[in-house]
Ligand binder design. Sequence first.
Ligand code: NAP
Length: 519
Amino acid sequence: MTPIRIAVIGSGPAGFYTAGHLLKDGPEDLEVDMIERLPTPWGLVRSGVAPDHPKIKSVTRVYEKTAAHPRFRFFGNVELGRDISRPELAQHYHCVVYATGSPADRPLGIPGEQLPGSHPATDFVGWYNGHPDYCDHDFDLSASRAVVIGNGNVALDVARMLTLSHDELAQTDIADHALELLDASNVREIVVVGRRGPAQAAFTNPELLELGELADADVIVDAEELERALSVADPNMDPTSERNVSVLRDYSRRAPTGKSKRVVLRFLLSPTELIGDGNGVRTVVMARNALQGGKDGRLRAEPTGETERIDAGLVMRAIGYRGIALPGVPFDDRSATIPNEGGRVLRGRTGVPVDNPQAAPANVLPSEHPEATPANVLPSEHPEATPANVLPSEHPEATPAGVLPGEYAVGWIKRGPSGVIGTNKKDAQETVDALLEDLAAGTHLRPSEPDPEAIEALLAERVPALVTYEGWSEIDRHEQAMGESHGRPRVKLTRIEQLLRVAAGEQPDAEPLDTLGLR
Ligand code: NAP
């Protein structure tokens, strides 16, 4: 009997909770292969969670248990669209679950945004966490004031990271390049700016409370501005926002204690322009806002016509992450998510088509096939067949619900970049319940090569430096051993080449470079 083969694309919390639920709740012949672009697993737990939050990172112990399951395999250094296409996945798996997160930043769309010294916070976060895509980024920390735009937890992470001392950072798994640069940082004041008020801030309580306990920085809140921002009652206040308001009121009553740095929390300000000189950003022009109720009951920031200028040589835009279209996979550009209903992928506009001659519509059964359902059929020669093998929703053969059989989304690429790590557990349960219900009903892809060895052989041929879970365990052991002598949880390898060498059992700086077929 051929096992039920499931591919999970992406190895962050959403991917791992999905794998865990599948292996726990699914039939005993269900197998999970996880495909990950990087040589390392854990997604934002490794490259998003701030280095000074080791407790949050310890959630990987749960994922390690899933990875140790005999019906689980990890294939790292494999990119969907580069090394394997969506139609090829359909040749090998009964179901595919996309768990690719929201890796891009959201732009502000204001003049001067691209000036040197103005960065998406996502770049800074990736950089201090040693994500290989960001390790060559350059941050000039010579200015005395930084402005962080946004009132979410990422804004707080960035502000906090700019205040931590060498001793605080040196006990963490922060990337060495970031430790060195932050050590020499000249930033003394970090102004965190929200376009709405304290009651609308997206901070969670522990993160806001932590800001008041920084060893080297006073937290400053102007009482008059705070109360002005609170003068319009918000009908959507929840216990988290009520607690945030009370914490912020407490901060507004504090007198600065003369610590070497300050974090200033400002409200009702929207950046409208960044002005620079030859050396980069120098001033942030802000519109002052007032809160107004919208038709949906949500309070909106409306400009009052007044402006304010804040001089700063470093600007971090922490206004949220954004999903990226996967080649050939439906994508809703407005929400930057995969269109879905409870995790079931819906037909729709597709992402960038795969430039791959093998990208034939392989996951569709010809309509006359006895197992074909009206929902999953569009023969490749059909005049309306797209290269991405997606039925337009108005197609006569599309199901009323427009569901693409056998394809699922989970995590941020399913619901957008919201919630904390644990939110993905419940989210994954919803997707897995839908998948298992569909499996039981016989609604899934019809892989022509479901043999687990077939996909392994294909990947090994395409990706000479394929990283298995054993390869990642080598990296993990190496990083932890490097950290041990310095009292750190690990010293991260930040370059793909180093990671691949260590995964293959070599030293990180071994020569020659191309023995692993490195691209
Ligand atoms: P977020 O929580 O969605 O916050 C984004 C902030 O940016 C909001 O204050 C939003 O204000 C503001 N914003 C959006 N567009 C703006 C614009 N054009 N101009 C000015 N401000 C704008 O996003 P995030 O901070 O990136 O965090 C992403 C998710 O990861 C969140 O769920 C967060 O809780 C989670 N996270 C958790 C932790 C942790 O648990 N320690 C750490 C980091 C991240 P409006 O409300 O007015 O739209």
